[in-house]
Design a protein around this ligand. Sequence first.
Ligand code: TMO
Length: 316
Amino acid sequence: MKLKHILSVAALSVGASATYAADSQDPVVIPIHNWSSQIVMSNAVGQMMEEAGLFVEYVTTDSQAVYESIRLGDVTLELEVWEGAFGASFRAAMEKGGIVDVGDHNAVTREDWWYPMWTKDACPGLPDWEALNDCAEVFATPETGDKGRYLDGPVDWLKHGKERVEALDMDFVVINAGSAAALWAEIGSAEADKRPVVVFNWTPNFAEAVWPGEFVEFPAWEDGCDKDPAVGPNPDALYDCGNPANGYLKKAAWDGMQDKWPTGYCLLEQVNFTNPQIAQMAKLVDTDDLEPQDAAAEWLDANSDVWQPWVETCTG
Ligand code: TMO
């Protein structure tokens, strides 16, 4: 950590000890998942909390089961509740109780089938999903026969690619990537000979600065598309819609957090990132190859004007 960082810690701790004393000495438990912005953001906010005098512990958890863990107080918070991937698990936990909505980031999110721009040369009707389906054989591989290959996200992101292919009667085989890195490898290996590919991707992400591309336009998301077969174009199927095109990115917490760590909860309320800030966090790991803790420290060093006021608001 750079010197100005250390100095700012010293300055902040003067006169703020009364505030700190109100917080439990138990560690705030911050979950870590399997995509880079979440890992870096979690470390960055953890480091902010440490600067505010709190103790922090990181645990690697499943990105769906985490909502149940928060509800039970085993995990304290979640920094990236993506509407597309986690809206259903978050809503289910909210209905049971024990978890609170701590508000939205500025960021607007989208997660869906995506292709690098060169793919359009082989399938000019894109981004329309029916045009994609008419081009299915362009995406065929030995593994998928005469059907197209779609590389979906890791299973725990619950993207329901297989259900969507069935619901919309598409000529695609859905394969789940083992990791986010496998998605980037798929795009990277197609780049050399401009082979058409369609993979799961999202924004904000580092990828948009590396590979210009577009999301496939599926029938627009409507509330209930994942719950009520009548919603969406196929009256008998769930998941016959795209993910929300202007999705939220929320923060969530165990409902006991505010009493146990009032300063920590105040900070969580203050935390609010934009699309470019989140894309930059991912880039520090996925393009620049930093370790997540170092990426977080570097982001904090470069952006103290963004987050120092949050700490001051909660400790002043
Ligand atoms: C949950 N994710 C941002 C990877 O789509």
